[in-house]
Design a protein around this ligand. Structure first.
Ligand SMILES: O=C(O)[C@@H](CO)OP(=O)(O)O
Length: 207
């Protein structure tokens, strides 16, 4: 296989997504809708004929559960899987557990958008996207990318912001461009890489 396939999937809706709470490194599980979204992601990949040789996920339940559900749908429950906190969600620090609308009322729409989507402004006590990238990128380069370049078809189930950090590098996005990039829950993004690790093609299966 010299397909150099890399599929990134954000976990399905979590209990705290539903409650509109900043989540970060807190560890809520999927909601019923999140379970449905994760299964649908697996079914979508299966319908397109994908199978995988290796999977990576974070140390958090919502991503691991999403991966398990996808692998069940794919008929690949025994797949070699690596779990690492390098793929965890961005740490929201003092905002963790706060309601996002309450935060907007308290600090204003613009400040909350800066904390949620800017590249280098961290929320109080937490990580900026740049900080998140500083821990996800080495793991990607050292552990994930070698699998992809060896031709192992690779599935990654992680989080909105840890994946946005990787996508920023993969798609060479500027800090302005990444601000607007949102990832839907349970929406696979399918990359094929060139031998030099640049992106040959990207298909967002949510669209
Ligand atoms: O709360 C979080 O950890 C993330 C992902 O759900 O939220 P946001 O989209 O605000 O970065």
């Amino acid at each position: 296989m010299s397909d150099r396939l890399l599929v990134l999937v954000r976990h399905g809706q979590s209990d705290w997504n539903l409650k509109n709470l900043f989540t970060g490194w807190k560890d809520p599980d999927l909601t019923e809708l999140g379970v449905t979204e994760a299964k649908a992601a697996g079914q979508k990949l299966k319908a397109q004929g994908f199978t995988f040789d290796v999977a990576f996920t974070s140390a958090l339940t919502r991503a691991q559960h999403t991966l398990d559900l996808m692998l069940t749908e794919l008929g690949q429950t025994g797949l070699k899987t690596y779990k690492n906190l390098a793929l965890n969600e961005r740490d929201y620090g003092d905002l963790s557990g706060l309601n996002k609308d309450d935060a907007r009322k308290k600090w204003g729409e613009e400040q909350v958008l800066i904390w949620r989507r800017s590249y280098d402004v961290p929320p109080p006590g937490g990580e900026s996207l740049k900080d998140t990238l500083a821990r996800t990128l080495p793991y990607y380069v050292q552990e994930i990318l070698p699998c992809v370049l060896r031709g192992e078809r690779t599935l990654v189930a992680a989080h909105g912001n840890s994946l946005r950090a990787l996508i920023m590098v993969l798609e060479k996005l500027t800090p302005e461009q990444i601000l607007k990039r949102e990832l839907g829950t349970g929406a696979p993004v399918v990359y094929r890489l060139n031998a030099d690790a640049t992106v040959a093609s990207v298909v967002d299966l949510a669209k």
